[in-house]
Design a protein around this ligand. Structure first.
Ligand code: SF4
Ligand code: SF4
Length: 99
């Protein structure tokens, strides 16, 4: 089940042709992770903080703070599994998304 709330006061006349997003720098405002069908699970005990996964994520959904990777940002993770494929230490497991 999606948690998206639809604002029924907005008509098609209020949106851009094709629903294009034309403002710049606003992708962070659009939570695009809600159509994910698979979910990465971070196995922190196996992680060696090698940082191979972070730059491979196409959605920048692996936050890094003070030189350490943190748990996933599920607002934007699409569940593509690239991070799990590159991790050499089996510290990321892909599971079916349950919503
Ligand atoms: S599953 Fe894909 S989108 Fe999600 S964190 Fe891993 S690489 Fe990024
Ligand atoms: S690739 Fe694996 S071991 Fe390396 S930082 Fe990512 S989760 Fe941790």
């Amino acid at each position: 089940m999606s948690n998206i709330k639809i604002d029924e006061t907005i008509s098609w006349r209020d949106i851009t042709p094709g629903g294009d997003i034309v403002a710049k720098g606003n992708s962070v405002e659009f939570k695009t992770g809600d159509w994910r069908t698979m979910r990465p699970v971070f196995k922190e005990d196996k992680c060696k903080q090698c940082m191979l996964c972070c730059p491979t994520c196409p959605d920048m959904s692996i936050p890094v703070k003070d030189g350490k990777r943190l748990d996933f940002n599920f607002d934007h993770c699409k569940g593509c599994g690239i991070c799990a494929a590159v991790c050499p230490f089996d510290a990321i497991e892909m599971v079916k998304e349950e919503k």
